[in-house]
Design a protein around this ligand. Structure first.
Ligand code: AMP
Length: 356
């Protein structure tokens, strides 16, 4: 650590870590990446240093904290205890409380409901019998999700009141799950709030998202279907959550817009989010730069959109399209440098100004 050169610690080594490190480098800030699989990872390619160690390795965490002026996490399943431990010696974004809530689907929906934010009906279940009772109460279509560690539609089963609870429970293979009423939505949207350690907050323009097989396929932003009133309501909800968990950094809130025009909370992620990758080209300050600025104690930037942008995720099966995309004027292609391409694996994304 030197007096003039700042070093940002990044927990996690995937594409979000890579784009955080790139944003940091633009501000003259070095990155050190800590992850169990840091070696050869997307983030390692662009970092100043890496530490390859498990998240509960205290000696390795001490060495990491010594190098880093501030620490951010690129994924929410870093143990909250790791964040709390690092928090004793460095500024950590988002902070252990935000991680704890976001790691548990029941905790995040309960918090949203307590804050007066609309959520789909849900039941916490810990056995096949409890699921059977909840299915009776549901009386319609629903989705059962594992409470922790689910992402991109993984750990989810569509059900209805006639589903056999025992079969579903066994297929889920978990000790705790959440049954949610199926939301017949007209649109899926996401909000991104930023918050400094002094409690200053703001929201990016919202994003409108299309998923395929539970994975984000396309985002258009600022969300064309969202009325100004709904944007205000969603942003206010995201800020309430950020304040409640004492967020430092950025936090995404995914939500449904129902057919009768109300917002229902789905989940939060206290980190940069796939549906805001368009902010690299599309906003005056990107989600990655804003996180770096907040973590490193720099002034937050304007998050005004420059225009309407579209972002397509490039999954393994889309890699054949990359040469054509590279030839298209106005398209910004981002590839994450992953060694192995697989169907459904996020390999990169492409952003362009809508209408171009
Ligand atoms: P999640 O992991 O909770 O973000 O779920 C992945 C995707 O499944 C969401 O983006 C929605 O497209 C769909 N989904 C999740 N929960 C519900 C729900 N309660 N009702 C309808 N669709 C849902």
């Amino acid at each position: 650590m030197s007096d003039t050169l700042q070093t940002l610690g990044i927990l996690g080594s995937g594409q979000l870590g890579r784009m955080i490190a790139i944003a940091a480098a633009q501000l003259g800030i070095r990155s050190v990446v800590f992850a169990p699989d840091a070696a050869g990872s997307p983030a390692a390619d662009v970092a100043h240093a890496i530490i390859t160690a498990p998240y509960d390795d205290k000696a390795a965490l001490d060495a990491f904290a010594l190098q880093a002026d501030a620490v951010v996490t690129e994924f929410e399943n870093v143990p909250a205890d790791t964040m709390a431990y690092l928090g004793q010696s460095a500024l950590v974004c988002p902070g252990a409380d935000a991680l704890r809530v976001a790691q548990n689907r029941i905790a995040e929906k309960t918090l949203a409901r307590e804050l007066g934010i609309g959520v789909p009906d849900f039941w916490a279940v810990t056995s096949a019998d409890e699921l059977a009772d909840a299915l009776v109460a549901l009386n319609g279509r629903g989705i059962v999700k594992t409470t922790t560690l689910g992402y991109d539609g993984k750990g989810q089963i569509a059900v209805d009141s006639t589903s056999d609870a025992k079969t579903v429970w066994e297929a889920l293979g978990t000790h705790q799950a959440i049954l949610e009423a199926f939301v017949s939505f007209s649109h899926e949207v996401s909000f991104l709030v930023w918050r400094t350690k002094d409690g200053e907050t703001g929201c990016f323009p919202a994003a409108e998202n299309q998923h395929k097989n539970g994975i984000l396929a396309q985002t258009i932003a600022p969300a064309p279907s969202l009325s100004p009133d709904l944007y205000e309501a969603g942003s206010a909800a995201a800020i309430k959550i950020a304040d409640a968990v004492g967020l430092e950094g950025v936090l995404a809130m995914e939500a449904f817009i129902t057919k009768d025009g109300t917002i229902l909370f789905n989940e939060i992620a206290p980190r940069p989010h796939n549906s805001f990758h368009w902010t690299i080209e599309g906003c005056e300050t990107s989600q990655f730069t804003q996180l770096v600025r907040i973590a490193c104690g720099l002034t937050p930037g304007s998050t005004a959109a420059r225009a309407t942008f579209t972002m397509d995720n490039l999954l393994g099966e889309h890699m054949g399209d990359v040469p054509a995309l590279l030839n298209r004027a106005g398209v910004s292609v981002h590839l994450y440098g992953k060694a192995e391409s697989r169907t459904g694996r996020k390999m990169g994304h492409a952003t362009w100004q809508s209408g171009h």
